[in-house]
Design a protein around this ligand. Sequence first.
Ligand SMILES: O=c1[nH]c(=O)c2[nH]c(=O)[nH]c2[nH]1
Length: 307
Amino acid sequence: MANKIEGLSFEQRQGKQRVRVARVWRNNDGCHSIVEWNVGISLLSDCVNAYTRGDNSDLVTTDTMKNTVYVKAKECKEELSVEEFAVRLAKHFTSLYQQVTTAIVKIVEKPWERAYVDGQPHEHGFKLGSEKHTTEVIFEKSGALRLTSGIEGLSLLKTTKSGFEGFIRDKYTALPDTRERILATEITASWKYQYESIFSIPQKPLYFTERYLNVKKALADTFYGPPKEGVYSPSVQSTLFHMAKTVLKGFPDIAAVQLKMPNIHFLPVNLSNTDNTIVKFEDDVYLPTDEPHGSIEATLSRFWSKM
Ligand SMILES: O=c1[nH]c(=O)c2[nH]c(=O)[nH]c2[nH]1
């Protein structure tokens, strides 16, 4: 929202970032659950006088925003998805404060997973997993909603059924064609739900948590292919496209999906001195590198939707 001030255009927002909160639910059966969230809040509001006149009377303090995270976490009497919590927060800011026109809430969930002891789920023991569940909610006073979920740091690798050949070859090209290499990536994914108002959001408890787990599974299953024979990948680009298509085909309430898939190279190791070969590469010894890495990103959307 731009304001016109003294013939100039002015845009502003304020919020609180990196508000960390953990919430434990102690169920009657003795089983506990926990979530740990890192919350970022950004409010668009009519408070230009704070900038231009030193008049703070329209400001929601960022300290209040931080406190609100703890109040709302306290109010959640039942376990809920990170998306649902973000929606509740965003709704709170736009409905309580006349000045606030839009709330943008981003949350990263730390992957605490239930521990298993002797094959049994532990009632109150947890272990940190790897990839993180993320969400972004943009909620307007009018009721308009944009809901995005995602995954950060999903590291996948396969030791075969990957190649890269037939690319542009010129005097700068050193890369040989191959039909046998390791394919490794650390995926950042985000997907936009089609829900455009809070009234259209499914009310089923933990709906978005289940969706997150299913999207993650669909991405990984498509990357690997079936357990015995796998599936051949002619490029990261092709695998990325298949993964994105699987998400849109499998989940009708997802309108668009963005995938960032760095190509993390595993270089063949060949070592020799002037007399001898020390190590001859036979698809067995690799040098893993993350610097430099290929960067391959794409967004696939249904026709009517944007990310
Ligand atoms: O799957 C790949 N895509 C590329 O665009 C690329 N570029 C490169 O050097 N190796 C690869 N691999």
